[in-house]
Ligand binder design. Structure first.
Ligand SMILES: Cc1cc2nc3c(=O)[nH]c(=O)nc-3n(C[C@H](O)[C@H](O)[C@H](O)COP(=O)(O)O)c2cc1C
Length: 173
């Protein structure tokens, strides 16, 4: 099966994960905007999106391509400040299409945020969010930044991709 990695990224941490996953799996990486290869050209998809304001940055792209994604196996990778767990799952439940949720194989990775790199709007928004966040650890990270980038954490994603490739090889035999 031939697959592709579609990703979005504002400050580069998700792009870095996409690059690492591409290195290990030999899949092409494509930036998820309106001007690139049609995802229908591939047998399976790997969608890698950071979380911004409790939603995947790729949500619009996912909604626009929902009919195509419904026909394909896919792996969905989120990159967030929040760790894997109920808080993150709740955000995804609230915004992702139901069919997408019921079929997704989801891996949650944690990314990076450096206050010095942020544009002024993001900087202000995170300072305000930190003031109102009752989770003190999350509030500290919103205000001060964090760096969880870890190449080893992609292992479950690589495993899922290898399984999809093997499934294709079995079907072709
Ligand atoms: C303006 C802004 C909003 C964010 N909102 C969330 C959020 O709602 N939940 C979360 O877990 N992380 C949030 N983050 C953290 C990002 O998901 C994290 O920094 C990620 O690694 C950014 O990916 P990128 O470098 O590919 O753009 C936010 C970061 C910024 C700058």
């Amino acid at each position: 099966m031939n697959g592709a990695i579609y990703f979005a990224s504002k400050y580069g941490s998700t792009a870095k994960y996409a690059g690492w996953i591409a290195d290990e799996t030999d899949l092409p990486t494509l930036y998820a905007d309106g001007f690139i290869a049609n995802p229908d050209e591939f047998d399976f998809l790997v969608l890698i999106s950071p979380i911004y304001y409790y939603k995947p940055l790729m949500l619009d792209w996912i909604e626009r391509n929902e009919a195509i994604i419904e026909r394909k196996p896919f792996v969905f990778v989120t990159v967030s400040g929040a760790p894997p767990g109920e808080k993150l799952e709740g955000w995804l439940r609230d915004c992702l299409p139901t069919e997408f949720q019921s079929r997704m194989q989801h891996v949650a990775l944690q990314g990076r945020q450096d206050p010095k790199e942020l544009n002024w709007l993001h900087w202000i928004m995170l300072k305000i969010a930190a003031l109102f966040n009752s989770d003190r650890e999350a509030a500290r990270e919103e205000a001060m930044g964090f760096d969880y980038m870890d190449r080893d954490s992609i292992a479950p994603v690589v495993d899922l991709i290898e399984k999809l490739k093997a499934r294709g090889a079995t079907q072709a035999a």
